[in-house]
Write a protein of this length. Structure first.
Length: 672
């Protein structure tokens, strides 16, 4: 019992020590736990504060944050409304990126995924329209991406992307650029030369006109004006001070030998101030007035010449008035809008006027083509008019019988090209026509036998040209022919033309006498179809006008007849020769046909042209001797009379059908 008590007393100090140790440990654990809890609370507060700061920063910057989970293949939305839902697959993400930007965006993301780079900054366009059936709404995004790694991993597990919408910024930049381009375009294409200088006088920029006026080296630079100060160049060096720049205008002859400038310039200097009233730029505008100055000097010279011309015109008007009065010429004008015709004493003073309805009654011959055309007056005067005929007296006090007049006029048009009338002269040629008739009668009485013989000789040179040309031409060709058949053919043609020439001379000699019975026919059996081809081959050479086509109509391969072939060819030659003289455009057609009549067969031959035509009242006398409707056409007027004598001698008939402006058809019919 005592032993046990002793043991117990021995162990009490140990227990106390153990108790103290345990207590100390408990106190230390409690204190450490409190310290750890305080640190955790502090870190939590710091994290919460940092999170709040980040949230506020993202909210203020309006950025969006996405996280791409690489291994899972989807993207989550950490902050902001960017995706149609909180999570989308990689394929859905790709469909929202513009096709033109997708490959470049994927290249950056793949480099981050593969560990080639730690961060990337790139741009792409993003479709904000989540409904695929609607039109895409593209926005411009700036993507700043960072790869997220776990400890002891070589490849990232995710990529955090911060997205900034730059659509409004880009649109603002685009609008600013467009506005800047407009101002630049206005500046560059101004109608005057413009330059901007710094306040101390150094060149900053110049437009196209200024570069041309100042003979710049190029559009980008100039070795003279960029190296010389504005205040050192005339006229600025003479008119302004560097420290007292004011707005001014000056007209100045600028002479700068270094730039080969010697022009008259209109120069304007305009200082540009900021809000504080300090000069920030010097605007210089220049306009080259060298040409205007020359034009002004030329105008002064023109004014002097104009005054001289006016004095000369007055003199000419006086002389013209004298000439018009003595030559019985009156200017006249038709005004369609006013329905009026006016006659003038001179070029300005109206002598008389009346309505257009009364104009046609002035003419004596109402059947005249020109008079009838005036029923549609606008069409009649729409082209130049030249007409000679008789009119009733316009003033009975002076004339009491029809007067011969010559009328000339040209159409007049307004600014829109509409016909407004015509202007011309109306000349009384009554005395001239009387003299002409008297001269004609005297000329006819003065014609004697000697004159008739000279006419015959002149006719000979006209008529023998065709066979003579054929003889000469085919004789030249005969030397170059090698085949006997060709030579015989040429010899035959030459022989025929020789016969024609001899007979033509005989006929002219016969026509020199009054009696036409001297014609002698020599009938022969010939193939008319073949002979027709031969004469047409010769006559085609006469048509040398490229605007006239020679046409031949030979309907039969062979036609054996008994006729005087030379005489008939002479008639055909005369027909074609006359057609060539009077046809300037179109065609000349020669042809024939065989008609069956009660008296037997006959040949109807014609020569049709598109020439000037023959008046109806002249057709009856066209076959008379020495009749020439156009004195300016070469010939003696005997050709058709010879043709008539030949055809009548053959027992046939000859005639003509013609219309003015449409052409003529000469024909004959002979029995075979």
């Amino acid at each position: 019992m005592i032993r046990i008590i002793l043991t117990t007393h021995i162990l009490e100090p140990l227990q106390v020590i153990l108790l103290l140790v345990v207590t100390a440990l408990l106190v230390g654990v409690f204190i450490a736990n409190r310290i750890i809890l305080r640190r955790m609370h502090r870190h939590a507060k710091q994290s919460k504060f940092a999170n709040q700061v980040m949230q506020e920063a993202l909210k203020n910057s309006q950025n969006k944050v996405l996280q791409w989970h690489i291994s899972e293949g989807y993207t989550t939305q950490l902050y902001g409304q960017m995706l149609p839902c909180d999570t989308i697959s990689d394929e859905d993400w790709k469909r929202h990126v513009h096709p033109d930007d997708l490959l470049r965006a994927l290249r950056f993301l793949h480099d981050l995924r593969d560990g080639k780079i730690k961060s990337a900054d790139f741009n792409y366009r993003w479709n904000y329209e989540f409904d695929t059936k609607k039109t895409p709404r593209w926005g411009y995004l700036n993507n700043t991406s960072v790869a997220e790694y776990l400890p002891d991993h070589d490849l990232p597990v995710s990529i955090i992307s911060t997205l900034t919408d730059e659509t409004d910024i880009r649109q603002a930049h685009r609008e600013e650029q467009i506005l800047a381009d407009k101002f630049k375009l206005l500046f560059e294409h101004s109608i005057v030369g413009m330059s901007f200088y710094s306040p101390d006088g150094w060149l900053l920029d110049s437009n196209k006109i200024m570069r041309e006026v100042c003979h710049f080296d190029s559009d980008d630079s100039d070795g003279f004006f960029y190296q010389n100060n504005l205040f050192d160049l005339p006229p600025f060096s003479e008119l302004i001070k560097r420290d007292q720049v004011e707005e001014f205008w000056v007209c100045y002859q600028s002479i700068i030998p270094e730039r080969n400038i010697c022009d008259y310039l209109e120069i304007h200097l305009h200082p540009i101030y900021n809000d504080q009233g300090t000069i920030v730029y010097l605007a210089v505008s220049v306009r080259n007035i060298t040409e205007e100055r020359e034009l002004y000097l030329q105008n002064k010279q023109n004014d002097i010449q104009l005054r001289q011309a006016n004095d000369e015109i007055k003199q000419y008007e006086t002389e013209l008035r004298y000439l018009m009065e003595n030559c019985q010429i009156q200017p006249w004008r038709i005004k369609l809008k006013e329905n009026m015709i006016e006659f003038y004493k001179d070029l300005t003073t109206i002598d008389k006027s009346f309505a257009l309805e009364q104009l046609q009654a002035v003419f004596c011959n109402q059947e005249d083509n020109f008079v009838r055309s005036m029923q549609n007056l606008a069409e009649a005067i729409s082209k130049p008019v030249s007409w000679v005929g008789q009119v009733h007296p316009l003033t009975s006090e002076i004339y009491n019988e029809p007067q011969w007049v010559q009328i000339n006029s040209i159409p007049e048009y307004d600014e829109q090209g509409q016909l407004k009338g015509s202007f011309g002269v109306w000349r009384n040629i009554q005395g001239l026509m009387r003299k002409q008739e008297q001269l004609k009668r005297e000329t006819e009485r003065a014609n004697d036998s000697g004159h008739q013989k000279s006419v015959f000789l002149a006719n000979m040179t006209h008529e023998i040209r065709t066979p003579l040309n054929a003889i000469v031409g085919f004789s030249d060709l005969l030397q170059s022919m090698e085949q006997p058949e060709e030579k015989r053919e040429l010899i035959r043609i030459i022989h025929n033309n020789c016969d024609m020439l001899l007979r033509l001379i005989n006929d002219i000699l016969v026509m020199s006498s009054v009696d036409s019975t001297g014609l002698e026919l020599i009938p022969e059996h010939v193939d008319f179809s073949k002979e027709f081809d031969v004469i047409c081959q010769s006559l085609e050479q006469r048509v040398d006008n490229p605007n006239v086509e020679f046409q031949k109509e030979n309907p039969l391969p062979s036609l054996m007849v008994t006729i005087d072939n030379g005489r008939i060819q002479q008639v055909i030659t005369n027909f074609v020769t006359n057609a060539v003289k009077n046809t300037q455009q179109g065609h000349i057609r020669v042809g024939y046909r065989v008609d069956e009549t009660a008296d037997g067969r006959s040949i109807y031959l014609y020569c049709k042209d598109t020439g000037s035509g023959i008046p109806e009242d002249e057709q009856a006398r066209i076959f008379e001797r020495f009749v020439k409707l156009n004195d300016f056409v070469q010939g003696t007027g005997l050709g058709l009379s010879i043709c008539k004598a030949i055809i009548e001698k053959c027992g046939g008939e000859i005639g003509v059908e013609s219309e003015i402006g449409k052409g003529s058809t000469f024909w004959f019919r002979i029995p075979i």
